[in-house]
Ligand binder design. Sequence first.
Ligand SMILES: Nc1ncnc2c1ncn2[C@@H]1O[C@H](COP(=O)(O)OP(=O)(O)O)[C@@H](O)[C@H]1O
Ligand SMILES: [Mg+2]
Length: 287
Amino acid sequence: MPVWRAPSRHGVGRLPLVSVTAPALRAHGITALRGTRRVLHGLGLDVPAGRFTVLLGGNGCGKTTLLHVLAGLLRPQAGTVQVAGQPQSAYARRALARQLTLLPQDATAPARMTVRELIQQGRYPWQRWWQPNSTEDERAIDEAARLTDVHALLDEPLADLSGGQRQRSWIAMTLAQATPIVLLDEPTTFLDVAHQISVLTLLARLSAQGRTIVAVLHDVNQAAWFADHLVLMREGRILAQGTPAQVVTPACLRATFDLEAHVARDPASGLLFSVPALPARSGRATP
Ligand SMILES: Nc1ncnc2c1ncn2[C@@H]1O[C@H](COP(=O)(O)OP(=O)(O)O)[C@@H](O)[C@H]1O
Ligand SMILES: [Mg+2]
């Protein structure tokens, strides 16, 4: 029977069952080891739902380790992770794989595998081994290929693709898993700048459509242009987080990377950008 709900204070008549403001992921007090080394130190993080979150930080600061903990691939020594409001430990493996997916930095596949076969791998949490692809699987594969523009490549072996095409195929596999949360570890590394922008544009579009995206990037400017929420890490801790305008500042860049930089806005596009403050070079004319 339909239940009448009074209009809320915010003017929303029908309230969702799950609060839209609940974080998609919540990490609390995470301490994690790699080998015997402590890599994350009591780290806490809320990942906002339906937003594009970017993790930035120097090499070895623990970004990959944090993604592994969030994805349930690495058990922290201490601390808890909540996924969509439930303890991560309460999910069965398949149930967790229907909530989130991680595209690792060093993803590899057999060279003769075709793009279609790779994308199909993403459907595993929805399939039983004795069942062939369902219509739903076909639809998800098709949509993932369309979003990443690999439709024309579906029957090509991965070995015959360019780096950009291969990376888009991996992202297609990740999207075919049809999870509300998508984690990507350096998805733009090894891509030329045009492909970097196209991958980031796609991720931003997916988050605008309601998916929660978390990506590790190295380019501060691209992070500033595309992220809704930016998280700065150093030595296993979170230094600062907020909107790009809040955290792309000379003070935050110095604290995160030991980098002296100027931050400005491009008057034409309104985009925020940073440039390193280089020492003056004698004998070199300013262009
Ligand atoms: N398998 C491992 N064994 C030992 N140390 C590791 C291992 N993997 C990563 N580390 C160390 O843990 C730290 C954090 O690594 P990582 O999370 O990969 O950082 P990031 O992704 O920010 O570069 C680094 O100092 C790295 O050398
Ligand atoms: Mg890494």
